[in-house]
Write a new protein. Structure first.
Length: 229
């Protein structure tokens, strides 16, 4: 019973896996979404695998031009199967959830900042308007404003008074720890809803073009029980 509390039942495994054997590892499971000026409504992540478009919450006038913000890669998602962890990952026990907002690169010569990425302005706007809702097989498991899921990591540690201040969503590398893990079977539907609450819209420093587009990456610190082959 205690084992079932911390790891899902792994009986529904691939026929090519070694019977009765599994490996357990500490793993990062993650997926990202683009936030930009004018963003409204909701989008779902963990539903598109690598090679597919990254969903965005942005205004109609915003064009996301940065290559790393348009298509899922090894940096922006761990998913290789749409909506499920599948046999490629295995059965999962989620121990902590963090949300990291991409920071704006700053030129050290003249302190100018790029047209994309978040500064203190965008970080504060996201913290006041964006929420996260995590669902397994259509059932809500946890919900809260994005600031209740502190950053799992990322760039951090500059003077917040400068134009291109580097900021994080809460204490860096201290994600929301769960007293009871969230169990996800490999064939469960995984959904993480990221939305702008109510009728609000995101107000970023750039209102056209790139719209200060910033990736928000949701990280699940997890124990994974995978197949032995």
């Amino acid at each position: 019973m205690q084992g079932q509390l911390y790891m899902p039942d792994g009986r529904f495994r691939s026929s090519t896996a070694v019977a009765g054997k599994a490996d357990v590892r500490d793993e990062n499971l993650f997926s990202a979404i683009v936030l930009a000026h004018g963003g409204q409504g909701q989008q779902t992540i963990f539903t598109n695998p690598r090679g597919q478009p990254i969903p965005a919450l942005k205004g109609s006038a915003i064009t996301v031009a940065q290559a790393h913000q348009t298509t899922y890669t090894e940096v922006t998602t761990v998913m290789t199967k749409a909506g499920e962890f599948g046999s490629g990952i295995g059965d999962v026990s989620i121990r902590a959830i963090g949300a990291t907002l991409e920071v704006a690169p700053q030129n050290p010569t003249d302190n100018s900042i790029s047209a994309w990425g978040a500064t203190l302005l965008e970080a504060a706007d996201v913290a006041s308007k964006v929420f996260l809702q995590f669902k397994i097989a259509g059932k809500k498991q946890i919900e809260g404003p994005i600031w209740s899921f502190p950053a799992a990591g990322g760039v951090y540690g500059a003077n917040v008074m400068t134009a291109g201040s580097l900021v994080a969503n809460g204490p860096n590398a201290l994600p929301r720890k769960l007293k009871l893990p969230i169990l996800v079977a490999r064939n469960d539907t995984v959904e993480c809803v990221v939305g702008v609450a109510g009728a609000a819209s995101l107000v970023f420093r750039t209102t056209t073009g790139a719209g200060a587009a910033s990736l928000l990456t949701v990280m699940l610190h997890s124990l994974v029980k995978g197949d032995v082959r």
